[in-house]
Design a protein around this ligand. Structure first.
Ligand SMILES: [Mg+2]
Length: 267
């Protein structure tokens, strides 16, 4: 079980450079009823900007959203942005598009059309077409229809999975269809680290199942995974914060303590 996170500076005790990577929804934003309604929490833009300008800190956001969407939602210059779980990355001199993801584009476009039509009658369910991936959201769908949404999704996804073109992942009240490439937020973290901050101490903060790979990737190289959510949730992260408000507080502590350097106080 993850322990309550002490201040982030304490985690990075004595490190000369920090690579701070964060998820967006439910981490830098509160969970919103729909993807469009999610906004960066007050204060986070200034804190991320301040941290990114620190010579010993590299900052980025890794989201399941499309790259264009997440970079617009955050809108802070000087950050690395990774969209579609890291299949596309842009920022601070790194440009990346996963070479094999393109093969699945026509299939994902077709599935998006099919699912749009099939879910049009289901209250609260809708398709977010992110070109490289798609997500079916059903947070606002009454619970008795959740199985029906899953069945519709399965009908569209199964042939593509069988053909080796796509794979399915699950998130909070969401089902996702992605290219069948061996890639996830953890791989994205490793790529960003190797290209932008090879010896940095990585800290990854996120709230969802798709963040687990990134917690693991950070921890595999001695860094820190910080899960955002309740104490009874299952996570491989060693550390935990309760809510997005606590993430903002943690960023404020990190940006205000003159890191890196010896830790004299754990707050
Ligand atoms: Mg999230």
């Amino acid at each position: 079980m993850a322990e309550v996170c002490p201040d982030l500076l304490n985690l990075a005790d004595g490190q000369s450079h920090i690579l701070l990577l964060l998820d967006f929804d439910g981490t830098l934003s509160e969970i919103a009823p729909s993807p469009e309604e999610a906004i960066l929490r007050p204060g986070n833009a200034a804190l991320l900007g301040r941290l990114a300008r620190h010579p010993k800190c590299t900052v980025g956001v890794i989201s399941g959203r499309a790259l264009e969407d997440v970079s617009r939602k955050v809108g802070v210059p000087g950050l690395a942005y990774a969209g579609n779980h890291g299949l596309e990355i842009d920022g601070t001199g790194l440009q990346y598009l996963h070479p094999d993801a393109a093969a699945a584009l026509p299939a994902i476009a077709r599935a998006a059309g099919e699912l749009d039509a099939a879910l049009s009658d289901v209250t609260g369910a809708f398709v977010e077409n992110k070109t490289l991936t798609l997500t079916v959201h059903f947070r606002q769908t009454p619970e008795q229809f959740h199985d029906a949404v899953a069945a519709v999704f399965d009908d569209a996804a199964r042939p593509l999975v069988s053909a080796g073109l796509c794979r399915v992942t699950t998130a909070k009240s969401a089902l996702e269809l992605r290219p069948a490439v061996d890639w996830d937020k953890g791989r994205a973290l490793t790529l960003i680290r190797s290209r932008l901050a090879p010896d940095a101490f990585p800290i990854y903060i996120g709230d969802d199942a798709t963040d687990e790979d990134a917690f693991q990737a950070a921890q595999d190289v001695g860094g820190a995974g910080v899960f955002v959510g309740p104490a009874d949730a299952t996570t491989c992260a060693h550390w935990r914060l309760d809510t997005p408000a606590d993430v903002t507080q943690a960023l404020a502590e990190l940006s205000g303590l003159g890191f890196p350097g010896p830790v004299t106080s754990t707050g």
